[in-house]
Design a protein around this ligand. Structure first.
Ligand SMILES: CC(C)(COP(=O)(O)OP(=O)(O)OC[C@H]1O[C@@H](n2cnc3c(N)ncnc32)[C@H](O)[C@@H]1OP(=O)(O)O)[C@@H](O)C(=O)NCCC(=O)NCCS
Length: 172
């Protein structure tokens, strides 16, 4: 399945994407914002191979409209509670601040609420990820709490911020 926007196309993740993910997740400028830290090609291939079997995982590759693979976005669904944990990475740094992340998020949050009928979508974001926090707030995610000094980065501690949005708050 594909979700098509003005700047990006979301499509299933396939095996040939694996080396790009490995490159991105091993780049400190990218993985400093992520819980998923360094990985190797074998681990990434195992993860991609497992995706079609995982009914509680909805992950898309993010392509530009002209077909450049720049990242991924997805939901980990907690069926019992009808909610999901949101995650996104634009791994190709040349595409940061071009509006691609915002549009990919909109497409997936909309998919989660309107197609999957989720009640709630939540995420954790590191306190120093000002761009991420800005984009989530703009889409309507609310601050729900923080874990104080949960994150250690280069010897310093930072808060982890918890944010969430309910279906009746979503404005497509
Ligand atoms: C966070 C991320 C998904 C955002 O996607 P993006 O395509 O770069 O973001 P967009 O271009 O859609 O929007 C960026 C917005 O943040 C703003 N911004 C950029 N740097 C900022 C900063 N340091 N502080 C506050 N706002 C900032 C931009 O001005 C823009 O806002 P505007 O449209 O109101 O001008 C992407 O940068 C990314 O993947 N980063 C690395 C991994 C990551 O942080 N993942 C999320 C983990 S919770």
């Amino acid at each position: 399945m594909k979700l098509i926007g003005e700047k990006v196309v979301l499509r299933p993740i396939v095996m040939v994407d694996a080396p790009r993910f490995v490159k991105w997740f091993n780049d400190p400028a990218v993985h400093r914002f992520l819980t998923r830290r360094k990985i190797n090609l074998k681990e990434e291939r195992v993860w991609i191979r497992s995706l079609p079997k995982k009914k509680d995982q909805v992950h898309f590759a993010i392509d530009t409209r002209d077909g450049v693979h720049i990242g991924s976005v997805g939901l980990s669904i907690i069926k019992r509670d009808n909610c999901a944990i949101f995650g996104i990475v634009i791994g190709d740094k040349r595409y940061w601040n071009h509006g691609c992340g915002t549009e990919a998020m909109k497409l997936v949050v909309d998919y989660g609420f309107r197609r999957l009928k989720l009640h709630r979508i939540e995420l954790d974001v590191y306190g120093y990820n000002a761009r991420g926090i800005h984009v989530y707030r703009r889409l309507g995610f609310k601050f729900e709490g923080k874990k104080r000094e949960r994150i250690r980065w280069k010897g310093k501690y930072y808060d982890e911020i918890q944010m969430g949005i309910l279906r009746n708050e979503w404005q497509p």
